[in-house]
Design a protein around this ligand. Sequence first.
Ligand code: HEM
Length: 399
Amino acid sequence: MNIASRIAPGLAPLDTGITLDALDRAPYPIYRRVRRDAPVLRVQAARRTFLTRAEDCKYVKDRPELFSSDDPETPMKRAFRAHTLMRKDGAEHRRERMAMAPAFNPKVIQSVWVPKYTEIAKDYVSRLPRGETVDLYRLLAGPYAARGLAVLLGLEEATDDQMQGWSQALIDGSGNFGWRPEPFAVSDRANVEMDALFHRLHDRHVADPNPSALSVMLTAEDPIPLSQIHANLKVAIGGGINEPRDALCTILFGLLSNPDQMVQVARDGDWDRAFEEGVRWVAPIQASSRLVTEDVEIRGCLIPKGDTVMTIQASANRDEDIWENGEVFDVYRDRAPHQAFGNGPHFCQGTHVARRAIGQVMLPILFDRFPRMTLPDPDAVTWRGFGFRGPINLPVTLN
Ligand code: HEM
């Protein structure tokens, strides 16, 4: 890290040494140093002020009037060709979020989605070959997340490959901070395909109302505009596949590389604890942006109106103020609130679905079928990501 002296009195220190590539490959040692030396830090490469302490991340997310989600600098609007609920504030945000809420109602999750996810998990796990070493990222985690989400959103007609492809296209477009044309060309094509599918499905979901997100939004008494129904389905596609996929791979890595914990979790059925520890340890969404609407001061640093701050959930979740040995995966550590699902009005709408789909459904089903699974070579697992993070392969021997 190369922290230059403060350029103007009061501003946070400016770092010119951290690169986006380094954050993509190995962010945690960087965050540990930054938390200690300059927890509020302007990072030139990201053109953002990083907030790396848990208290500060929560402070920002809980104060949308000071830290707006409507950041015009983000390429998200361009990638989605829409102004989605994720980039709105106040009443407008609330109205759109509530439109999708019936699909995420806890009773609906328990009575409709958990049985569906269970069916899918059993089916996908039953296809895995016993005795072989296979990449669970590719063969299980991605397809399971895609199929579950397709059903929840009311898009059963989409294939797993389509769902994953669209999701990646939206993510790559939203992260295209260099505004290069190619990622937008890919997200444009994905938008055309998604819109065509959504239109084809309207009549079915109106004629036969059901708890899927598309149906509840279309058949609401006072529906939000169709453009926003489509835009917010895309938010769920962009944000509802890679996080559960990455969470599942991270948890499997954590358990399989800590066999003592694995034995205890399987014996005591502590899958929920394993889930929470996995998403704490490596937050699938590592960072979020907010636009500063008034001059504010955090830890003695002035953050001027118009700046963009990044709450680094990845770092908050290992903050020494809260976590002892936060760098370590430990299912049985003392419980404390982590920030993997965010905070405040934009708190992840899929939290309970993800918890159940992975913690209560997939993990027990997978370990029941392959109780002696092993990770033959933990070093063969590659981790990637600055905004979103997880293993990009997971070679596991299934026994
Ligand atoms: C382990 C899995 C998941 C993690 C860690 C995760 C994490 C997050 C985080 C951190 C945010 C807030 C972003 C911000 O503050 O800017 C968020 C928002 C959101 N997530 Fe998730 N997510 C997960 C799974 C899901 C799933 C499965 C769905 C859909 C079924 C989903 C739908 C959403 C939606 C719609 C929002 C936007 C909420 C709003 O802006 O009001 N997420 N997620």
